[in-house]
Structure formats: structure tokens, C-alpha cells
Write a protein that binds this ligand. Structure first.
Ligand code: ARG
Length: 415
């Protein structure tokens, strides 16, 4: 029987050409696999037909939008996932769900290998391949752009020579990856890291410099997940979509960073993630209200590690699963409402309420009749500062007491 290879298919030029390219290089039949993660654009049926017209023997298409929102974006929200404190891991989240469907398709059609269109310089190749082999250790992975020398110019030649039903003329200056959690834009003039992004870079967000009137929104969370907006019940997918619209209109969630790739390269990336950034802001505030202090502190370490693992392509790793058990436990009381004002590029929390709140008005108030016994503070501070006090007393005994003068050596302008 002829070998079969499942190809991650976007419907674009490179992967359309890859169908015939892989067949010619390996002799295998190619099965195209297209997954909708909310990237918008063409209908899945149009993409399916194009795959078949380009020579795929089968086409597997999946609407994975709800799956992606619930099983990938929601864990990222619970983890407040921001790689390098900035990037809401947009592309890193979609690769594992696409990989899962690639593996499903490979099993369904008895394929021995899976192919994707990534280059050899990015994170996405790592995420696809590590995800695929973590789910199916016996599958082979190939990347025609990286392994079979499929360059863009060759792709255009090939498509024209073979009359493939795909436009080859439109030259997009950027490399774009998008899904419902956000949008990533790179390459072109953005590779000069001093160049300011031009207006045409953005698509999910309007210019925050000219915002419409402020938009007030109330988000209701249950166990860390948004379940209603302004009192209307929403699914995770609907919550993200609605917040993309409303926060996007206010220009919220534009990010411009130089980022450390897993493969050692620093790269300039522009992101737009209006819904994700607004949801994370709200979720974090609700955690500030409902998490016990030490639990919240430790969670920050755990969620940063979780985020790094996800960025690095370890979605299906055992450590990530274990960290998730901790994160899940912290979400037990992350339920309640957060009110936000969306305006001019910012999502600002203006109110919060929760039945599980740890905020105690009677403890916090400076009004008469508070329940906090201030006489206990004196003894607490005595003991809390004791170790440092003892050590300084010892230092003084040896003539090394702390100086109260400005540090001459480090003063500005001095060598
Ligand atoms: N650098 C980002 C990441 O690694 C975005 C990658 C986007 N991919 C693309 N083909 N534009 O997650």
C-alpha cells in the first residue's frame, strides 16, 4: 500500500504547493488536514475543495473553535499566561490543538508521517513536532519548507506550472498567524526593531489614539472561567469573541516586543490580543481578591513555569499536567464579578465582588469600629524584624554598621 502523509493545511500558497511537492519527493499520498481555531478567512469547505484540487487524496477538516477556546485558551487564562510578561502565547496555544487533529487524521487514514509548513528557524516547528510525537511516538514528522527545500519562489513557480487554484501574485509583506486568542505579525520592515509598526499591521484592534466612547463591561467568572458578560451567559468561545470585539474597538491588547525564541534567536513580534488581554486583566484582579496571599505568590511561580513550557512546545508534557493540577486547585474560589472600563487602549478594573472574597471591610476600614486589633501589630513587628535587628547590632560591634550617607561610588555621573 502507498504510504500516506497527513499535511497541516492552511489553504494558502505554501501548503497548497506542499501537497504535490511532498508526493513527488516521497511517493506518498497526501491527506490535507485543516483546523479552524478561529483564524477567520475562508470557509472550511472551500479549503477542503482546494486541497483536493491541489492533489490531496483526502481532506480532513475540523471546526475546533470551541475545543480551542475551552481546552487551550481557558487554561491559559487560569494561568494568566504572558510569556516574558507580555505575550499571551497566541500561536503557542494553537499548535497543540492542531497537532491533536493531525494525529487523529493520521490514525483515521493510517498515515505514517505528519507534515507541516513551518520553517527551520521558529518555535512552531518545535511545537508541532514535540506535540505530535508526545501524542503518537511512532509518527514521523516532515517539514517541506525546512526538509524538502520548498522556498517561496519555488512555490510560486510550482503553483503556476501546475495551474494550482491559488493566487500567487499577492505579496504579503508580513508573516501572520492568527486565532481567536490573538494575532501575531512578524517579518518585513518590522525586522528593523527601531521601525514603528504602521497602521496596516493591525487587524483585531482599532487605533487606541482615537477611541469611541468608553465601554463598561461586567465579566462574571466561575472557577476562573468567564461565564457571563453583562449578565448574559456565554461560552468560553463567545466570551473571547465578544471581548475581542469590544476591547478591540478600544485598541486594547497591542503588544510590540523583542522576544526570545526557543531556538536561540531574538525576534521582533507584534501581537494583538484584545479579548485575551482584557480577560487576563479581569481574572488577575479576581485572583487578588480571592486567593490567599501565599497561595497567590506561589501561583505566580507556577504559572510562569506553565507559560514557559507552553511557549517551548511542551503542551502535552507531564510537568505541565502536574502544574495544571495545582493551578486548577487555586481556581476553586476564583468566582465573582469584575467591572471594567474599556477605553483608549486600556482595560481598567473599576469594581469587583465575590461571595468567596477574602477582602474584609471590617478588617480593612479606617472608620470607627473596625475589627482589627492594632495592639497585636506591635508584637508582630518586634518579632518580624528581630533577625535583621540582631544582625545589624552585630555588624555595628565590628564597625560595619549601615552607612546613612548616599553611596558615593554609584552616584550618577561618578566613576
Ligand atoms: N513568535 C511567536 C511564537 O512563537 C509567534 C509565531 C507566529 N508564527 C508566524 N508564522 N507568524 O509564538
Amino acid at each position: 500500500m502507498t504510504e500516506r502523509i497527513v499535511l497541516a493545511y492552511s489553504g494558502g500558497l505554501d501548503t497548497s504547493v506542499a501537497i504535490g511537492w511532498i508526493h513527488e519527493a516521497t511517493g506518498a499520498d497526501v491527506i490535507a488536514c485543516a483546523v479552524d481555531v478561529g483564524q477567520g478567512g475562508e470557509d472550511l469547505e472551500v479549503i477542503r475543495q482546494r486541497a483536493l484540487d491541489c492533489g490531496a487524496v483526502e481532506a480532513y477538516v475540523a471546526d475546533a473553535r470551541d475545543e480551542f477556546a475551552s481546552e487551550y485558551c481557558m487554561p491559559a487564562l487560569k494561568a494568566n499566561a504572558l510569556y516574558m510578561d507580555a505575550y499571551p502565547v497566541v500561536s503557542a496555544l494553537s499548535r497543540p490543538v492542531i497537532a491533536k487533529h493531525l494525529v487523529k487524521a493520521a490514525k483515521k487514514y493510517g498515515a505514517s508521517a505528519v507534515a507541516h509548513g513551518c520553517t527551520g528557524k521558529g518555535n512552531d516547528q518545535v511545537r508541532f513536532e514535540v506535540s505530535i510525537t508526545s501524542l503518537a511516538p511512532n509518527l514521523q514528522c516532515i517539514a517541506p519548507v525546512r526538509d524538502l527545500a520548498l522556498t517561496r519562489d519555488k512555490a510560486i513557480d510550482y503553483a503556476e506550472k501546475n495551474n494550482l487554484p491559488i493566487t500567487t501574485t499577492k505579496h504579503n509583506p508580513f508573516s501572520i498567524d492568527q486565532n481567536v486568542w490573538g494575532r501575531a505579525i512578524e517579518t518585513g520592515f518590522l525586522e528593523d526593531i527601531w521601525n514603528e509598526p504602521t497602521k496596516d499591521v493591525y487587524n483585531y484592534t482599532d487605533d487606541p489614539a482615537f477611541p469611541p466612547v468608553a465601554d463598561e463591561v461586567v465579566l462574571t467568572f466561575d472557577h476562573g472561567i468567564p461565564v457571563a458578560i453583562d449578565g448574559r451567559a456565554v461560552s468560553p468561545l463567545e466570551a473571547i469573541q465578544e471581548m475581542n470585539r469590544r476591547a478591540g474597538a478600544q485598541g486594547i491588547g497591542r503588544i510590540d516586543i523583542v522576544e526570545d525564541r526557543l531556538v536561540g534567536i531574538k525576534s521582533r513580534e507584534i501581537y494583538e490580543a484584545p479579548g485575551a488581554m482584557a480577560l487576563i486583566e479581569a481574572h488577575r484582579e479576581l485572583e487578588r481578591v480571592t486567593l490567599e496571599r501565599e497561595q497567590g505568590r506561589f501561583k505566580r511561580e507556577v504559572q510562569d513555569r506553565w507559560t514557559d513550557l507552553v511557549y517551548d512546545g511542551q503542551w502535552f508534557s507531564h510537568l505541565k499536567r502536574s502544574l495544571e493540577a495545582f493551578i486548577e486547585d487555586t481556581q476553586r474560589y476564583v468566582s465573582g464579578d469584575v467591572r471594567m472600563r474599556l477605553h483608549g487602549g486600556r482595560a481598567t478594573v473599576t469594581g469587583r465582588r465575590s461571595d468567596a472574597s477574602l477582602y474584609d471591610f471590617n478588617l480593612a476600614t479606617y472608620d470607627e469600629g473596625d475589627t482589627f486589633d492594632q495592639s497585636h501589630a506591635k508584637g508582630f513587628i518586634e518579632i518580624y524584624g528581630l533577625a535583621s535587628k540582631q544582625a545589624t547590632a552585630r555588624d555595628e560591634k565590628f564597625g560595619n554598621g549601615p552607612s546613612l550617607e548616599p553611596d558615593e561610588a554609584s552616584a550618577f555621573g561618578k566613576e
